[in-house]
Design a protein. Sequence first.
Length: 316
Amino acid sequence: MDYKLVFFLIVLIKFLLVSSSVNAYNNLPPNRPVSPDTICKFTPYPSSCKSLLPNKTANVYDYARFSVLKSLSQTFLFQSLLNKFLRLRAALPKTTVAALQDCQFLVGLNADYLSSSFGTINATSGALPMWKAEDVQTLLSAILTNQQTCYDGLQSAPSSWIVKKVLFVPLANDTKLFSVSLALFTKGWVPKKELATRAQSQRRVLLQTGDDQSKVVVRETVTVSQDGSGNFTTINDAVEAAPNNTAASDGYFVIYVKAGVYEEYVSIAKKKKYLMMIGDGINQTVVTGNRSVVDGWTTFKSATFGENPKFSFKNP
């Protein structure tokens, strides 16, 4: 008997069995009740996930709702902690106070994003329309970015070791919780990530080609030009002119920024939703500034763009 052939067949059979098991595991229906141990394997922090979820069988929809609601609760607690420090601002360095204020603003955004996300997923147990699923994914992803920005700002602020000692642990724990919420949402409402990725790529191409299958709805287009030939001469003026609290169905407010070097710091307020900014290309439309942490600016305020998740920038 050819022992090499036998060995090869044994290995092949094991591989096929494992592959079959993995495929069945990955294709777990979102409405099937499973244990926390099972569902948490789909998250980046299984241990944190298991300690968070109730010890009972449920489906991924219920787990995701619980996680997002818990995330919102923890956000309010962290917000309260920040407010306690800010009430003692007279005893803290100005740079530390500025970093805390940035965190306060970012955490406030997180609370809004989580509240909006929970409202969406609590209204349905089935699949969401692609644009709704993408909106929630964007919001939950933005929360992680806000957490990192808050951390970076506190880390770079000198003479704030007391603040760091008290805030860094809950900041890290909350970040893990938010990551779990994002993973559970993705598993429940966007179960096939590869399809979502392809769909997003398709939407970008359709935006470029103008394919009638999936055009982006545009409600209004304005032009920014430094020579005065457009509607505005600064980007901030154009942003300020955009309507507040619009819905996706209203369409995008498009800001076309002509070629030029714009020395300004653009802040996109959270009430300015569904904005799209289009430039003339790399090294053609340039937004620049000279703020830095070294000069006393916080990490958050040194960025030339302070954007929210309902803002899209395109530079062909």
